[in-house]
Design a protein around this ligand. Structure first.
Ligand SMILES: NC(=O)c1ccc[n+]([C@@H]2O[C@H](COP(=O)([O-])OP(=O)(O)OC[C@H]3O[C@@H](n4cnc5c(N)ncnc54)[C@H](O)[C@@H]3O)[C@@H](O)[C@H]2O)c1
Length: 314
């Protein structure tokens, strides 16, 4: 296969490319990334000679068309996104450009190359807030995004699903719960806790830390995407989750325990506006393809903390 992997200098996309390059030495991999603040192309150093790296924007029609045609691309895997909720609350513009117009541009290129498959990486946040009593969402559950980031991701998903129906576009969507692991941008929840705790500074936690998230180790997510690529069906949406949510405060405690820092470092700060209480996904359609998570929470936290500890020393 010839793959175009977009956004692969970021958190999840970089892990996907590192593993894919090792597992499928015969595949050609082109990476397209705009290199925003969330990116670091050095994440790809171990496979740099195996890939073709292009700095650019998924919203650029000429560039994406040129890359697809020149490299005879069979599959686009789209990780490119603006991904931080707090940033979307301050300024929606880059989110609309990348998560909506950028995705529509990929749709247009796929329409012109109907054999090509688009695997689009999306999020549990498109389903919006769940109460503790709500059953886990299934692919067809209504989309009720509760913040600007989630709304932009839902818009991208809907544009793809509409193109599947209208033009017979070959596309698969994956929606995953919160990821953690090495390479995540400093602003996100676990990196924030680790960075502050390493410096013995107070660790900010929104509200009372009662919101719940279902954390999945990043390579379990990328393995699920590989499974959907290999065994999924076009036109379908696949849900990916570990299947056990925990309150944010417990997550913060787990990280502090791993670092040997006291829980008293935590300081509660004004809650995020519209902060969703909980997300829950029923991942049985991805598990039916043979995928299941491999990395236990304790081991995942250990690996994550170690990576940020080394990063802080370099
Ligand atoms: N991080 C999570 O917990 C999580 C959970 C579920 C789904 N997702 C989804 O997975 C995808 C990847 O998330 P992430 O956490 O790796 O994000 P990230 O912010 O770490 O990385 C995004 C990457 O996309 C690149 N990019 C941004 N705009 C671009 C553009 N217009 N053209 C080309 N490249 C561009 C950035 O430079 C960066 O390298 C996103 O679609 C996100 O919605 C993330």
């Amino acid at each position: 296969m010839n793959l175009l992997v977009t956004g692969a200098a970021g958190f999840i996309g970089s892990h996907f490319v590192l593993r894919h390059a090792d597992r499928y030495p015969q595949d050609a991999i082109v990476v397209l990334d705009k290199l925003t603040y969330a990116a670091d192309k050095h994440f790809l150093d171990p496979v740099w000679k195996r890939i073709t790296f292009v700095k650019g924007d998924i919203a650029d029609p000429k560039l994406v068309t040129k890359l697809v045609e020149k490299n005879k691309i069979d599959v686009i895997v789209n990780f490119a996104a603006e991904s931080h909720v707090d940033n979307s609350i301050k300024d929606i513009s880059p989110f609309l450009r990348t998560n909506v117009l950028g995705v529509q541009n990929l749709v247009e290129v796929c329409k012109a190359h109907p054999e090509m498959l688009l695997l689009h990486v999306s999020t549990d946040e498109v389903y919006g807030d769940q109460s503790d009593a709500d059953p886990a969402c299934v692919p067809a559950s209504p989309l009720r995004p509760g913040n600007p980031y989630a709304a932009s991701k839902a818009a991208g998903d809907l544009l793809i699903l509409a193109a599947v129906r209208t033009y017979g576009l070959r596309a698969r969507i994956t929606r995953c719960t919160n990821n953690y692991g090495p390479h995540q941008a400093d602003e996100k929840f676990l990196p924030t806790i680790i960075r502050h705790a390493l410096k013995n500074e107070s660790v900010p936690v929104y509200g009372q830390g009662k919101q719940k998230r279902d954390w999945l180790y990043v390579t379990d997510h990328t393995d699920a995407i590989e499974t959907v690529l290999a065994k999924g069906c076009d036109g379908q949406t696949y849900l990916i989750s570990a299947g056990g949510d925990r309150p944010n405060l417990q997550t913060a405690y787990a990280v502090l325990d791993q670092l040997g820092r006291p829980h008293s470092l935590i300081s509660f700060v004004t809650d995020r506006p519209g902060h969703d209480w909980r997300y829950a996904l029923d991942s049985s359609n991805t598990r039916a393809l043979g995928w299941e998570p491999q990395v236990e929470w304790e081991e995942g936290v250990r690996r994550t903390v170690e990576w940020y500890r080394k990063k802080s020393q370099s």
